[in-house]
Design a binder for this molecule. Sequence first.
Ligand code: PLP
Length: 294
Amino acid sequence: DMPQRYALIIAPADAADPREDFADTFTPIDVTAPALSVGELSTQRGDGVFESIGVVDGHANEVEAHVQRLAHSAELCDLPAPNLAQWRQAVAVAAAHAPAGEAVVKLILSRGVEHGPTPTAWATAAAATDFSTVRRDGVRVVTLDRGYDLGAGERAPWLLLGAKTLSYAVNMATLREARRRGADDALYVTRDGYVLEAPTASLILHRGGEFVTPAPSGGILHGTTQLSVYEYLESRGLTTGYATLTIEDVMTADAAWLVSSIRLAVAITAVDGTPLASDPALTAELNRFLLSPR
Ligand code: PLP
């Protein structure tokens, strides 16, 4: 990871707080100094939610979709509803301090300090990893067992499968397993054989003139980048939809991508060692769109 370059602590305002200016709830901090209490539940238990927002030359992309998903994740975790106006302003302040070029603004909302009365919240801005090579060359994926069936998200909401929680140890372990198996990334597959998403990205397929992505029915995160890509494709008169997809659907697709806020669109070039068709011109076009101010 690149070093953090800017961070601010946010004193979370009540969702109903009608203020228009939240500047006095933001405290910039020294990123080289300790900032969190040892009782902090985000560090003890990963008990909190977060967002990573792509920033290009100081412009934060799809801010509304990200703050809305932060609120959705908070609701799934029974955290106090975030004040969206305050979070939009926090994004603006952090983005204004982001380095030029591609950067990332992270938002973190934690349950707070053990036995404490309020959540802890902060935002950071840092340079993004350079993903230009992988955007050009794509990724080889392996399919990995997600350990539950397609209905688990709706049947067991306490598993928080549709929330972007800070508990990403499993997602990071999945990426390490993928690399051990000689691949660059992983595709999660349910016990009953359906593909879901990658550990940090959504899946989009192009097949038979239509673009499809797994339906976000509680078991996966609804990707902001997937939503953006769909808006773009629809504006070009192309057909998009949600479906229940199998590994066979991925293998036989005309092209397949993993899409996410910072890495953007990368082609899947192989699944479990079998090469996949790709569409380099459309991949480049999608990334030109995703790098433009949105
Ligand atoms: N799915 C998971 C599990 C993720 O962690 C992410 C983002 O990190 C995504 C999908 C893609 O979401 P977005 O496009 O909003 O970055």
